[in-house]
Design a protein around this ligand. Sequence first.
Ligand SMILES: [Fe+2]
Length: 254
Amino acid sequence: MRIQKTLYKISLCGIRMRIAVVADLHNSKWDEIIEIIKESRPDIIVNPGDMFGSLAGESRPEGDLTGRYIAESNRNAAGFAFLCAAAKIAPVFCSVGNHEVRVSRENQRRIADTGAVLLDNSYTTLCGGVILGGLSSGGAHGLLNTGNPPDTAWIEKFGKLKGPKILLCHHPEYWEKYVVGHGIDLTIAGHAHGGQWRFFGRGVLAPGQGLFPKYTAGVHELSGERLIVSRGIGNLRAIPRINNPPEVLIIDIE
Ligand SMILES: [Fe+2]
């Protein structure tokens, strides 16, 4: 399926910046994505989670890791290769998706070796004073399973920082429940895969939001705070996407 380039233009605290968003790669093929990013000349590239499968690492105690997580951890080469290629174009920042919770030390190091920066309930300040944070997933799989809540104390602390704030937050369903009201100017999410099938501009189903989900794509605003949801790249293997091509988002802040 061809990957679409979607452009959104927003204003935010007088900043000028172009952000390329690659969400939910799920270790898919990425050569077409890199070409889109190159021609777009972004200032930064962000991945709001699920670049990989499991990042918990084989060396960790299994705990509640399922066989699926272990199998996923063996397929991460594509994700690491993508990060290496992307980091040659512009600075790359990632947050932790639901497939990636409990990132092992070894995988933290491997991500750092690609040149990308992992924001695991942490933030960094970019040139120009923009504060970029990454809120980690509480971990959840399934249509109605919302998993553990995210780190709400970290959200509060991040929201109190002085300056324009952009948050990578894998789950769009976290936004209204946990993020809005903390003065976070822009939140960038994925996870919903556009609602998998799209009809009349709406998605049909999304993990954590169930049937006819509210947040699957596009720009949303509440109380002066904004959410942009990417329809992302990856397919759920068993369920095809319909009227829902994978996308690389370009966000022009101007
Ligand atoms: Fe996800």
